[in-house]
Ligand binder design. Structure first.
Ligand code: NI
Length: 386
């Protein structure tokens, strides 16, 4: 076995990230990220992770996520055979059952998976680290790192749906990031600090400018639209929906819903939902009661979840720019819902700064449906993500 000179830690301190592109096929893009964090005297950590993104949907997966739960166990036999061949082992003794440490080794190796030609996938078994059934093989560890290719038939059986789609894109040119609007991307709000910006009482003459700003910033929002306003500016509602924003119902004429009869509640929502469905091409999944005025009876009659808010920017009260910016930028917390009104020019004018500052705070801006991870509740009143 060759022995190589050992590399000592470099003298610098700080963090370094090295990116290698490992896949670009169809809508998929894959990168290996190596992150080294060190101080002047020692290297604190050096880890690598391979991450894939489906640019058509925004869905991401690590290399480990390409494989189903039992893949390591299922690949054990094939892998031992591969190691046997690689090591030139003459023994034909059948290998034993997979010891746990062997499966851990396979799992670690699977975390290096990259797509190969014709729907196959390949991963790297590291040198020295992998102990593969020494009694059967006559070898204790892999002498050098080597690559194992998993053929397409096995990939079809052992990969997750994401992994199978990635493998199936083998040989295709990279489509480039698809123009999927931010509001339709898949976002994991259980991991990311998400925030839903919501705009009420529109559409108005200011709404198209807000849509321009949102599009420029690739930010998603939810519009709680009044039926009466939508009937005057139908094209604006259609445009907002086409650009990936969510459209919710804010009633037809902005009444206090708790003061309406059951028939009145039904009529306010039915008329509005029907128009919005036509204009947006999508069902209306939530409503926002004007003034946040809602009770058990309204919820029951509405038969839709009511979406309230965690932060009221009070933009309707004519605050100073400074005050509105402070409310909108400093107050929100992860999982929150911020209430604005796209009927106010000031709100629209400050939107770019608000969006940029919220992102600087680390927020991912999402629609209400994305905030609920695509799984909206059937009923009840909600102030933020569950
Ligand atoms: Ni309102």
């Amino acid at each position: 076995m060759l022995s190589h000179p050992e590399l000592g830690p470099p003298a610098g301190s700080g963090a370094a990230v090295v990116c290698d592109i490992v896949a670009a096929q169809g809508p998929f893009f894959g990168e290996r990220l190596r992150v080294v964090v060190g101080t002047a005297s020692e290297q604190d950590s050096d880890s690598s992770v391979v991450i894939y993104v489906d640019t058509a949907t925004g869905e991401t997966a690590t290399a480990e996520d390409l494989w189903q739960e039992g893949a390591a166990a299922a690949l054990h036999g094939d892998l031992v055979e591969a190691i046997r061949r690689e090591a030139g082992a003459l023994s034909r003794t059948p290998y034993g059952e997979g010891a746990e440490e062997q499966e851990d080794g396979i799992r670690a190796a699977l975390a290096t998976t990259v797509p190969a030609a014709e729907g196959a996938m390949a991963f790297t078994v590291p040198a020295e680290l992998f102990v593969a059934d020494p009694s059967g093989l006559g070898i204790g560890a892999t002498p050098e790192a080597f690559t194992v290719e998993v053929p397409a038939e096995l990939v079809a059986r052992l990969a997750t749906p994401f992994g199978r789609r990635l493998a199936a894109a083998s040989g295709r040119a990279f489509d480039g990031p698809d123009a999927v609007p931010a509001g339709r991307e898949w976002v994991d709000c259980t991991l990311l600090p998400c925030l839903a910006l919501t705009y009420d009482d529109g559409p108005s003459a200011h709404t198209p400018r807000l849509l321009d700003e949102l599009e420029g910033a690739r930010a998603a929002a939810t519009f709680y639209v009044l039926g009466s306003s939508a009937s005057r500016l139908p094209g604006t509602v259609s445009r907002a929906a086409a650009e990936g924003h969510e459209i919710g119902a804010h009633t037809w004429s902005h009444p206090h819903m708790t003061q309406l009869t059951d028939a009145g509640i039904r009529s306010q929502l039915k008329r509005t939902r029907s128009l919005l469905r036509t204009l947006s091409g999508q069902p209306v999944a939530t409503f926002r009661p004007p003034y946040g005025d809602v009770d058990r009876r309204v919820l029951k009659v509405a038969g839709l979840p009511a979406v309230l808010w965690t932060v009221d920017t009070r933009d309707w009260a004519g605050p100073s720019d400074r005050r509105l910016l402070r409310e909108a930028i400093d107050e929100p917390e992860p999982g929150g819902i911020v209430l604005f009104h796209d009927t106010h020019e000031q709100t629209v004018a400050l939107a770019p700064e608000i969006i940029s500052e919220l992102r600087d705070r680390g927020f991912t801006l999402v629609t209400v449906t994305q905030l609920f991870d695509g799984d909206l509740p059937r009923r009840g009143a909600w102030r933020g993500a569950p």
